[in-house]
Design a protein around this ligand. Structure first.
Ligand code: ZN
Length: 382
């Protein structure tokens, strides 16, 4: 650990990370990140670490001066070159001896002046950020005390957009900071100089959103439908020799999988996390006998992999339930969590004018983005 961060600050950062990271209402899988900063250094979650169980070793120490230089650097207009150069500069902002890979969202953390930043992707908040009327509703519900960031490319462009919007906001509010930054199709950033401030902001955020939504609960599961072990074994093997497939069902799931509109919704992407962990679109089947299903899945799995350069992670069986796949148990479980999250988020968007999905162009950017490939790979391990 660096001598530049006190034991108390590090302890508080880890305890904030555990508190929000271990709560599935805030964070799923490797999503979300936290940081602590002084004038000189920033301690930020490393890519691939999970907040809920993170230790001091899971954080990366960055030089604030170098991060400030990135904010004013002119990068190439070409998307690939720009992201590659910005990522290189981010990696070079690590303090000597730091080998971890800083979260891709580190630049956003660096923009916020307060000591602690906790960024999460809660289903409740994404009901707002993934909705048609999200922006107007955010401004109305939080009395203009927030910034809304439209869907832009993640990485450098997202950080740059937040930097510009933050400057405009503080400039027109006597230098004051807003309480929240809402990122369309992504999540929320909030901050404070101590954990009490952060806890209070999350409490207020959740209670305001819950006060206008009718049902924000997690999707309930049951066992009224099932598939055979043989079916799961064969489907799992498509994802590799240690591949795993899991079947999930419940009342709400079955009714979602009976409605044409809901099925079309589930074939689109709400956020980068959904693309990375459950795949940008599922395979979809009528509720046929298992042998027929299996032969269709085997063929479609190969075609999908050929077409998209990556394997499918989710299968919808209409009116019955869904199957989540991964090359490991953890990969399949994560795909399952994100599908359940998608169903919940789409339900919550009802309050805000219905879901607003990512464009095909934005989805394909995530599908090919080097950083996301790294994140998808890590999610399969363990
Ligand atoms: Zn995020």
């Amino acid at each position: 650990m660096s001598e530049n961060v006190s034991v108390e600050n590090m302890k508080e950062l880890i305890s904030l990370s555990h508190k929000y990271g271990a709560d599935p209402d805030y964070i799923l899988a490797g999503g979300g990140n936290t940081s602590w900063k002084s004038e000189d250094i920033m301690v930020v979650k490393g890519s691939g670490a999970e907040l809920g169980s993170i230790t001091a070793e899971g954080f990366v120490f960055l030089d604030m001066d170098k991060l400030r230089v990135i904010r004013t650097t002119m990068y190439p207009r070409n998307r690939e070159e720009r992201e590659e150069r910005a990522l290189e500069d981010l990696m070079n902002s690590r303090l000597p001896g730091q080998n971890g890979r800083p979260s891709v969202e580190s630049l956003l953390h660096a923009i916020i002046p307060d000591n602690y930043v906790v960024h999460t992707h809660p289903a409740l908040v994404n009901g707002l950020t993934c909705s048609k009327n999200g922006k107007e509703m955010a401004i109305k519900l939080f009395s203009d005390n927030c910034i809304w960031i439209p869907l832009v490319d993640p990485g450098y462009i997202l950080a740059k957009t937040v930097d510009d919007e933050m400057f405009k906001w503080t400039d027109s509010h006597d230098g004051k900071l807003p309480d929240y930054i809402f990122l369309a199709n992504h999540g929320v950033f909030l901050w404070g100089n101590d954990s009490q401030t952060i806890d209070k902001k999350y409490r207020d955020l959740f209670s305001i959103l819950k006060s206008v939504c009718s049902n924000t609960d997690a999707v309930k599961l049951d066992t009224e439908e099932s598939v055979s072990d043989n079916f799961l074994k064969k489907t799992g093997h498509l994802a590799g020799s240690n591949g795993v497939a899991l079947f999930t069902t419940g009342n709400e799931i079955r009714s979602v999988l009976e409605s044409g509109e809901s099925i079309i919704n589930l074939q689109q992407s709400l956020s980068p996390d959904h693309i990375v962990y459950m795949g940008h679109t599922p395979l979809v089947y009528e509720n046929l006998p298992e042998d027929q299903l299996l032969s269709s899945i085997e063929k479609d799995y190969r075609d999908f992999t050929k077409k998209w350069g990556k394997e499918p992670k989710s299968i919808l069986i209409l009116g019955k339930g869904f199957v989540s796949m991964g090359s490991s148990k953890k990969g399949a479980e994560t795909a399952r969590l994100l599908m359940l999250d998608a169903i919940r988020v789409i339900r919550i968007t009802d309050t805000f004018g219905g879901p607003e999905f990512m464009s095909v162009e934005k989805v394909s950017f995530i599908n090919t983005w080097e950083v996301e490939k790294y994140r998808a790979k890590l999610s399969e391990n363990g």
